[in-house]
Structure formats: structure tokens, C-alpha cells
Design a protein around this ligand. Structure first.
Ligand code: UD1
Length: 421
């Protein structure tokens, strides 16, 4: 298994490009199942999760052609509506094939998902919504088995805000009979990106980006071309890398547009964050202070502070001046990076879903283990400022969600290399 070896102390400067959003690309790849015509996507990031999804879709019978960051998917032939355990277990987002398969083919067999080890993460809301649309669903031998001759539009209310749940139901509703209303819908920008792609395919969707989404079903969807939005979590993570190293970094191909909560906190920490826009392109520049100030955060659904940036802010606070309180409200058990950060010398106390982080002057390099995707990112950030070498093991988590992270950090002046562990 690969590991990253980081020598701390370099101040990051310069410019790097942000890739397309993993969490927008994953549902949009699944949207290809809704049409018998080709769907072409641009700005698709080269990530392990994307490769897994493409493998899953290929196994089902979708023809996939990849050229650089462009992917064309064609679900025109016979589709086998089964998502097997060996592919689904590595990536929870595989559940996103359920809605499209059921809507277009009237049946699906999808293994219950695995993915990041951050809490229980059930999919009951996906199932409940599809049942309300007339699907017959059973769970047997670890598989969700679903059937419906044609889904019917319905009024759906999810018990909590769920991102992939909203996406699955929105995709299913596109081909349902009549109108579906999703209340308590996720407002995440990735939901809006999916809605834009579906609309380009001929879907009739309004309200994406608000908590009530209306979808009027149509008999079929057509092919389309769509550009995946920039990755706001990769953007946020690189802004944190600039911030923690006292750096001055410009991120291109992205914007502050979907990052208000994160940018606000970076400014509170003493950073200067500027959105830059020319007619040709958008970028974000961050200039860090000599020492960051501690900032407290509380995660919540968009537009509040994203849970996917919580671990990175724990790393920032570990070396900031003062004490910060971090509350995680989305996932239980999402503080696994705290013990690893403590091994680097961080002062963190955990009580349930709250972490109290008292900034220290210096961290010391050590061997640490990545436990999930964003936890891994926080360990890399800490390694960038720790004295000596930090070895981050189990970085397959990182490769699921960050395209060429060591190449991008090297470009900005970090001393980081990949080694076979
Ligand atoms: C998505 C993102 C992930 C992000 C998360 C929260 C993708 C591919 N992944 O994950 O990066 O961290 O949103 O912003 O977009 N829940 C249930 N029952 C359900 C569904 C969810 O209890 O049927 C709970 C979950 O356990 C969790 C909360 O609802 O506590 C939110 O989860 P959800 O928004 O569904 O996360 P994902 O869509 O899996």
C-alpha cells in the first residue's frame, strides 16, 4: 500500500488548478443510465471513486469512452441492473445507480453500500422515497432488490437532509409518471449540478438548490453534454494548505461561489481570501497570516459549514493561536483523525460530537494512518507544518477523492513524495 512522506516546513506559494467535483461527477455518471442516448461529461476528475463507478457502469453494460477529462457514457444496449458487492463495498455512492435503474428498467439489485468508516450511514431514506413512488423493495442477503413497472410521482419528505438520497430520488422521478415533490431536499451545489445535467437531457426540474424540488416526469430522456462543476472540497482543502503553511496560493478553475461558510472561517482565522474573475476564468487567492487564529466550527447541511471540511479545520486549529470548539452534526464517529493528529502533538479533547482543540506552537512528524478520505487530508495538512518527516499510511482513501494531491502540493513548493509502504 502506498504512503505519503512529507517533510514539513515549506511555505506554499504559486498556482494550481482545481479538478472537477467528485461528488457532482458520481451522481451525474449514474444519470447516464436514464437514457439510451450518449451522455458526454467534461471536467471529470481522475480519481479512484470515479474509476470504480465507471467499472460498475461498464459491468452493467454501459459503454464508456474516456479521453482526458472527458467521458462519454452510452447505456443504449442491454443493461444488467445489478450492482455487485465487490464493487459497491469500496464506494457508498454506488447506491446512486438504484434510482436510475429502477426508473428506466423497472428493476434493480444493489448491494448495501460500504465506503468511508464514518458512522452507520444507512440508506433508509432512499428506500422509503422509492417505495412512496410505488417501488416494491426488499433487503435480502445484503442486497436491495427493487421492482416497479413504472414509478409514480409522489410527495416525498426525507427525515433528514440527505445529499445522495435527494439525488437518487430526483433521478428516479425524472422518468416517473406525474409530478414528484421532494421536501427537505439537500441544497448542496452538487445537487444543482446534477439537476442542470438532467435538465440538459430533457428532464423537467425546478427548485434545485432550495429545499423543495419539483420534478415532472417525462417518458424518456435524451443524450446531452455537461461540464462538471469545480470541486469545492478540493478547493477548500488547498486553501487550508495555503493557510496552514503561511502561504500565498492561487487556485484556478474554481471560485468562492459555493464556499462562503469555509471562506468566512478562513477570514476569521486571519487569512485574506480574494475571488478573482476575468472574462475567461475564475480563481481564488489566499494569503495567510504569520500565525492563524483558532476558529470554532459547527458542521451542518449546505449552505452551512460542510462536514467534508471539518477534519481539515481541525488540522488548522491544531497549530492556531487559541482554542477552538468543533461540533460535528452530520456523522457520528467522524473524529478518527483526532487521535492521529494527537500523535503529531496536537492538543485535542473529544467529548461525543464535540472536539476542543487548543493550538500548539509546533507539531512533530510521526507515522500516522489515514482512516477516511477527509481525515487523510487533515493528516497531510498537519504534515506540511510538522517538524521533520510525517508518514501518512493507507492513502488509498486520499486517492479516492483528491486528483494527484502530491503532484499539486509539490507544484506549490511542498516536500512530499509517494512511497510503497
Ligand atoms: C454526501 C457526500 C459526502 C458528504 C455527505 C454530507 C457524495 C457522494 N457524498 O454523502 O461527501 O460528507 O453528503 O454532506 O455526495 N442518512 C440516513 N439515512 C439515509 C441517508 C442518510 O440516516 O437514507 C444520514 C447519514 O447517516 C448522515 C446524514 O443522513 O448522518 C447525511 O448523510 P447524506 O447526506 O446522505 O450523506 P451522503 O449522501 O452519503
Amino acid at each position: 500500500m502506498d504512503k505519503l512522506v512529507i517533510t514539513g516546513g515549506a511555505r506554499l506559494t504559486g498556482e494550481v488548478a482545481v479538478s472537477g467535483a467528485k461528488n457532482a461527477a458520481l451522481p451525474i455518471l449514474c444519470a447516464s443510465l436514464l437514457s439510451s442516448e450518449p451522455l458526454t461529461l467534461r471536467n471529470v476528475p481522475a480519481l479512484n471513486d470515479i474509476a470504480t463507478m465507471l467499472k460498475l457502469l461498464t459491468r452493467m453494460g454501459v459503454t464508456v469512452t474516456r479521453e482526458g477529462d472527458s467521458v462519454t457514457l452510452h447505456a443504449g444496449g442491454v443493461i444488467e441492473p445489478v450492482a455487485p458487492y465487490e464493487l459497491v463495498k469500496t464506494m457508498r455512492a454506488s447506491i446512486l445507480v438504484l434510482g436510475p435503474l429502477l426508473a428506466r428498467l423497472g428493476e434493480a439489485r444493489v448491494s448495501l453500500p460500504g465506503g468511508c468508516a464514518i458512522g452507520a450511514r444507512p440508506v433508509d431514506q432512499h428506500i422509503k422515497g422509492l417505495q412512496s413512488m410505488g417501488a416494491e423493495i426488499g433487503v435480502e442477503h445484503g442486497y436491495i432488490s427493487a421492482k416497479a413497472t413504472r414509478l409514480r410521482g409522489a410527495r416525498l419528505f426525507t427525515d433528514m437532509v440527505t445529499v445522495t438520497g435527494t439525488e437518487n430520488l430526483m433521478m428516479a422521478a425524472c422518468l416517473a409518471d406525474g409530478e414528484t415533490v421532494i421536501e427537505n431536499a439537500a441544497r448542496e451545489p452538487e445537487v444543482v449540478d446534477l439537476a442542470q445535467c438532467l435538465s440538459a437531457m430533457g428532464a423537467r426540474i425546478s427548485g434545485a438548490g432550495t429545499d423543495v424540488i419539483r420534478i415532472r416526469g417525462v417518458p424518456r430522456l435524451a443524450g446531452a453534454t455537461h461540464r462538471i462543476m469545480p470541486d469545492r472540497i478540493e478547493t477548500g482543502t488547498f486553501l487550508c494548505a495555503a493557510a496552514i503553511t503561511g502561504g500565498d496560493v492561487r487556485l484556478t478553475g474554481t471560485s468562492t461561489g459555493y464556499l462562503d461558510a469555509v471562506v468566512d472561517k478562513l477570514m476569521d482565522a486571519g487569512c485574506d481570501v480574494q475571488a478573482e474573475k476575468t472574462p475567461a476564468a475564475e480563481s481564488v487567492r489566499l494569503i495567510a497570516p504569520a500565525r492563524l487564529k483558532a476558529v470554532s466550527i459547527r458542521t451542518a447541511p449546505y449552505p452551512a459549514f460542510p462536514t467534508d471540511m471539518q477534519a481539515q479545520f481541525m488540522a488548522l486549529n491544531a497549530v492556531a493561536e487559541g482554542t477552538a470548539v468543533i461540533r460535528e452534526t452530520i456523522f457520528e464517529n467522524r473524529f478518527m483523525h483526532a487521535v492521529e493528529l494527537q500523535r503529531l502533538g496536537a492538543d485535542i479533547r473529544i467529548d461525543g460530537n464535540t472536539a476542543v482543540v487548543s493550538g500548539v506552537n509546533r507539531l512533530q512528524g510521526a507515522t500516522v494512518m489515514a482512516t477516511d478520505l477527509r481525515a487523510s487530508a487533515s493528516l497531510v495538512l498537519a504534515g506540511l507544518v510538522a517538524d521533520g518527516e510525517t508518514h501518512v499510511e493507507r492513502i488509498y482513501h486520499l486517492d479516492r477523492g483528491y486528483e494527484g494531491i502530491e503532484a499539486k502540493l509539490t507544484r506549490l513548493g511542498a516536500t512530499i513524495r509517494r512511497e510503497k509502504a
